[in-house]
Design a protein around this ligand. Sequence first.
Ligand code: NAD
Length: 434
Amino acid sequence: MTNVAVIGTGYVGLVTGVVLSEIGHTVTCIDIDEKKVEMMKQGKSPIYEPGLDELLVKNISKNRLYFTTNHKEAFANSEIVLIAVGTPQSESGAADLQYIKQAAKDIAHNVTNDTVVVVKSTVPIGTNDLVENIIQENLVANVKVDVVSNPEFLREGHAIHDTFHGDRIAIGAESKEAGDKVEELFAPLNVPIVRTNRRSAEMIKYAANAFLAVKISYINQIANLCEQLGADVDAVADGIGMDHRIGRAFLNAGLGYGGSCFPKDTEALAYLARENEVDLSIVEAAILANHRQSEMFTKKIIDKFQGNIEGKTLAILGVAFKPNTDDIREAPSLKIISSLLKQGAKVKVFDPVVKDLGYINPSIEYCDSVSDCITDVDATLLVTEWQEFIDCDWEALIKYPKVPLLLDGRNALSIERLSIFGWDIDRIGIVPKL
Ligand code: NAD
């Protein structure tokens, strides 16, 4: 078993650290955020991720999982150091590598034994070379450091499951020995391994995310056309998804993707293509289509009120960018809410986990339940398809709103069932029956 250090305890770093400790490695997680580190030392996860708290507590108590803000302490015995810091979008669209560069310097200044550095963060092609150069230029001790690319594919909300049962682990190494070491680290997970060079591994991650974003934007545009032509996009998705060359996953039409990965990763890949004068218009189109999709959803509700929602009270069900997470980075809800507020509507919000929108807008009314949120409203907008919303007793809820108008932005609710209870429900890509 290996001594491992993980830099960055966000969704990726913390989940990876916890799972590596669960399979028997000794893991020290480092973060610059002291508050987070204090919480984790006490067995409390700073993020909402199903199943994480239990594994956190278990592995701390087995003395396999540690937390610190001190890099020297974390690297003291580690043979492998994983970098899992954020790579947010910068103004140009490119990935902002400031945290990656800092992590590389932290490693160079503090490692005291031969180390394999594993870049888990999603980074532009060539960044592993950059990390290697920064480390070599700043290395204090006389030790050997190899850099291996190992992009992460977990989905928030399913992160623990995905780490144990991933479709593949991509390992991009220039040194066979270093690549083997990373393969050994993950061996107990029994997940299929793809071995390649560093640049290809970096590209696998971007190409995968961009492909999924294209798939979503494609079905969303097909949905918009279905709506005009009287077709039902759910049936269309089922029909095309049965073709094994296409597959049904990621063909759920809706108000568009958000989150901390697809928006920034598609932008970063498109930026790389522009920089290298390569046509990647398919990804550019997917990005544009996604922006338009959430605008179209907002327009849909405004059209229901003949173009004027001033003074109307609207309920927003769901704030997180998708169910089972507390992540609101690039959540479509944020854009939709600000647009509705700008047009003079009053907004009431309920999310099972997110209780704060990250910015203060005193006019937003935060509610404690679905019934509270939809009480006396002129329309209800389903923005995140939490299971709790799908399982609601919509028959009992019909008595709360002023107007039983319901816009399902995730095509999660049944028109047939809810119509019987009296809801005037509209979905994306489906013409409501008159
Ligand atoms: P995050 O923003 O949730 O967490 C990053 C953490 O790194 C923060 O806690 C921050 O305080 C810490 N940090 C920054 N600089 C540091 C330093 N020098 N030393 C120690 N800690 C430092 O990020 P995330 O969502 O976990 O994403 C991390 C990377 O993984 C990104 O590149 C992202 O694109 C990629 N990724 C994310 C997901 C996901 O679902 N969130 C999935 C796959 C890949």
